[in-house]
Write a protein that binds this ligand. Structure first.
Ligand code: CAO
Length: 454
């Protein structure tokens, strides 16, 4: 338990009734020595009242807009008991505003005026005897108050010419953060920049895609014959989206292998019957169903992160997008409510949507509302690849070509059909253990055909 002490406005020379323009602390906040408690701003100068000690704010006695003079109580703090502190508690401070803000010569040193006793009843232990526990401005090295340029004055950026619609503490913080205050939008009175404005500015800049210069190109024609071919509209749109996702989403790819031997035997038998109904029963329909069953027990993989990166938006519907390779570029139509559809229905819808994608007949609504994406390159070949998360979704499954492999089962090698899978996920939302669990559960769904058909 420390001591309770009241902080008052120090001697601020000839200034009286100076408005408080910012209070960067609140009750319960821990402050360090020199942290600003309030910012005062006259029509000539701006100054912080810093804390003299480390401590915890117990009460805030003022509001933004209040006008205060030397000796007015500002906050009540709990400060640690220490002999050093006892010795250093000021009995009054002296503050010399700079010449620019202080037309008259500095007043001689004098004790801080005694504040009027509070009009509202407070617990007695919140106050130390006046002059003993009142914390004022440091008696030495007072912070320099800087004259205000007119708001319309052009203010060059750079540490020597920082605009003055920010308190000295905010300017110092901005310098530490490498932020040019001139670029920050202030939301305080008279567009004054507050700490939260600085934070919002930094957050916004971090969320912007990195503006790097384009990669320098040589004159390729000097090495041989070339031709220019414009990207299709779809390719250009995809490129911008992929670039944005690549720079903004930290992603990891979890690999896995599912034994789909039983599934494939079942699919081949059922494919003939499906064919007679005009449906191509491909592996993708089974994978889609297995993905949704796995998503149902891994809700973090079926969500999005809100714009501030502070909340998960969990979706209680299962709309699965799948990548279709078309002559114009990649399209990603969406199969809705996969959890409510049978595998044959899914296969029919997959066929119909991929045909329309290739005929350029998809409606905008066919491309919206996905919660998860599957990209299957199994029909083409290759052993593995890492798909890029289709943000704002947080996970995507890459499916490669299944291969017959010898698998050691009960003391012998048995030929099994193994499907390589790759789950890329947004690592801000899904951690490695969750990604691995998703993959294990997905492989189990695909391997045990009975589970999938239940
Ligand atoms: N392993 C082994 N064989 C596979 C397979 C796999 N994982 N996936 C498909 N096949 C087989 C199919 O069974 C089919 O064989 P048959 O002709 O003997 O029946 C053949 O490969 C061709 O299948 P398909 O690719 O036409 O059909 P599908 O339903 O599997 O896939 C679609 C449909 C739309 C996903 C696919 O046509 C396509 O466009 N894939 C490309 C997606 C893409 O470009 N992704 C990259 C995006 S970037 O991340």
């Amino acid at each position: 338990m420390g001591r309770i002490a009241e902080v008052v406005v120090p001697d601020i020379g000839n200034f009286h009734d100076v408005p408080i323009v910012d209070i960067p602390i609140k009750v319960g906040a821990e402050v360090k020595k020199d942290d600003p408690l309030v910012t005062l701003e006259s029509d000539k100068a701006s100054m912080d009242v810093p804390s003299l000690f480390d401590g915890v704010i117990k009460d805030v006695r003022v509001h933004v807009g209040d006008k205060v003079s030397a000796g007015a109580p500002i906050v009540v703090m709990e400060v640690p008991e220490s002999p050093l502190l006892e010795a250093s508690l000021p009995t009054g401070g002296e503050y010399r505003p700079p010449a620019a803000a202080q037309p008259a010569p500095a007043a001689p040193s004098q004790p801080a005026p005694v504040p009027a006793p509070p009009s509202h009843g407070e617990p007695a232990d919140l106050r130390l005897p006046l002059g003993e526990g009142q914390l004022g401005m440091p008696p030495v090295s007072p912070r320099r108050a800087e004259p205000l340029p007119s708001p319309s004055a052009a203010v060059p950026s750079g540490p020597a010419h920082l605009p003055s619609h920010a308190s000295p503490a905010i300017r110092r913080l901005a310098r530490e953060m490498g932020v040019d205050v001139a670029a920050v939008k202030g939301t305080g009175p008279n567009a004054r920049i507050r700490q939260e404005d600085l934070r919002a500015h930094v957050a916004e800049r971090l969320n912007q895609p990195a503006q790097s210069p384009p990669i320098a190109l040589p004159d390729f024609a000097q090495f041989g014959h070339i031709e220019m071919r414009p990207l299709s509209r779809i390719q250009r749109l995809s490129a911008a989206h992929l670039q944005q996702v690549w720079t903004q989403v930290p992603q990891v790819t979890q690999h896995g292998e599912a034994d789909i031997s039983e599934l494939e035997t079942f699919r081949k038998v059922e494919a003939e019957a499906a064919q007679q109904r005009g449906v191509r029963l491909t592996l993708l329909a089974f994978v889609m169903k297995a993905v949704v069953r796995t998503l149902q027990s891994h809700p973090a993989c079926n969500c999005s992160l809100d714009g501030h990166g502070e909340n998960l938006i969990l979706k209680h519907y299962f709309n699965i997008a799948f990548a279709v390779d078309t002559a114009e570029g990649l399209l990603v139509p969406v199969v809705r409510d996969v959890d409510r559809k049978g595998i044959l229905d899914l296969a029919a819808e997959l066929g119909e949507l991929s045909a329309r994608a290739r005929q350029k007949k998809l409606a905008p609504t066919d491309l919206q509302g996905a919660t998860f994406t599957i990209s299957s390159l199994g029909g083409i070949g290759g052993t593995a690849f890492s798909p890029i998360v289709n943000a704002p979704e947080v996970a995507i499954l890459g499916v490669s070509r299944a291969q017959l492999r010898p698998v050691w089962i009960e003391n012998q090698f048995v030929p099994r059909l193994i499907l390589p899978l790759a789950l890329s996920y947004d690592h801000r939302v899904i951690d490695g253990a969750e990604g691995a669990r998703f993959m294990v559960d997905l492989c189990r769904e695909l391997t045990d055909i009975r589970r999938l058909l239940l």
